[in-house]
Design a protein around this ligand. Structure first.
Ligand code: NAI
Ligand code: 15L
Length: 262
């Protein structure tokens, strides 16, 4: 575990799947953490304080993040959803987190973006972080907004941030697509550590992916984060490699979901 970072750190979405993984490592590393979520995590560690906070509520978010120097922003809707839901949790929620960062002169925001910002690229494409967004859903669109918000807050206010376009971060790959998109929990935590510690990031966007053969992405072509994955989906391929055919587009099933309705 390489997270050594002693700024006052907050984690949004603390009770979620990745928040739970990250907080366990922060606890092991003895890093004091302010954990925020709509719901209380099942297990609170000795190093952390929990505050219930709806990120869609501007004043509550500004209050909760007082005195924080860096935030790992994982909170929000993490899958396809109707526009209203992503509007409040992801679009307004991220705006409130970046406003807190600006108002308090925070050192850095590490923003959980998603590979679904570029889900409409073909599975045969090799996508770099600087290529145009091609979101595959309102969810992906909300993450594209979050990345542009981060760019604006760097250009206009000097708030440093790293947008991590996380692939598929689960204990192990679950289907054939994930043999290309998988990010192991161990690599996720190390990647967040790199995003917090890299000396100068300005506004950087990178994919979060393990060392998988045939990855869809050039993760961090400029090497800003200095991240080297330790895991590979190959170790888990087994029957997945001969399972269902690969989806034609990188976003997989997100491309086929229609969430439109007024
Ligand atoms: P999750 O759905 O398990 O956790 C999200 C957490 O955010 C939940 O605990 C939820 O209560 C909280 N939340 C939702 N709306 C909120 C609000 N309005 N105010 C405060 N908290 C709120 O998601 P997971 O898997 O932990 O992902 C974390 C982040 O990483 C998400 O932003 C997700 O979009 C992103 N991500 C995750 C990937 C993965 O493979 N797990 C892949 C790509 C991106
Ligand atoms: C995501 O953005 C989701 O949060 C996660 O649940 C997975 O669906 C992942 O993308 C993926 O593309 O596999």
């Amino acid at each position: 575990m390489e997270l050594e970072w002693n700024a006052r750190l907050a984690v949004t979405g603390a009770a979620g799947a990745l928040g739970t993984v990250l907080r366990a490592e922060l606890a092991r590393a003895g890093i004091d953490t302010l954990s925020l979520d709509l719901r209380e995590p099942a297990l609170l560690h000795a190093n952390e304080t929990f505050l219930r906070c709806d990120l869609a509520d501007a004043q509550a978010t500004l209050r909760a993040l007082q005195g924080v120097e860096a935030v790992v922003h994982l909170g929000g809707i993490s899958t396809t959803a109707p526009f209203g839901a992503v509007l409040s949790a992801n679009i307004c929620g991220s705006f409130h987190v970046f406003e807190a960062a600006r108002l308090q002169g925070m050192r850095r925001v590490v923003y959980a973006s998603s590979n679904h910002v570029t889900g409409y690229y073909a599975a045969s494409d090799k996508v770099r972080p600087d290529m145009p967004h091609r979101p595959d859903s309102f969810y992906g669109l909300s993450k594209a907004f979050g990345e542009d918000l981060a760019q604006l807050y760097w250009d206009k206010y000097g708030v440093e941030s790293v947008g991590l376009r996380i692939g598929s971060c689960f204990e192990r790959p679950r289907d054939r697509r994930m043999l290309r998109t998988w990010l192991s929990h161990r690599d996720f935590v190390r990647l967040v550590g790199c995003a917090l510690r890299a000396p100068r990031v300005g506004h950087t966007v990178a994919y979060g992916v393990s060392d998988n053969p045939g990855s869809y992405w050039e993760a961090d072509p400029a090497g800003v984060l200095g991240f080297k994955p330790l895991d590979s989906a190959t170790e888990h391929a087994g029957p997945l490699a001969d399972g269902e055919p690969e989806p034609p587009l990188q976003g997989g099933r997100f491309v086929d979901v229609d969430e439109t309705s007024l």
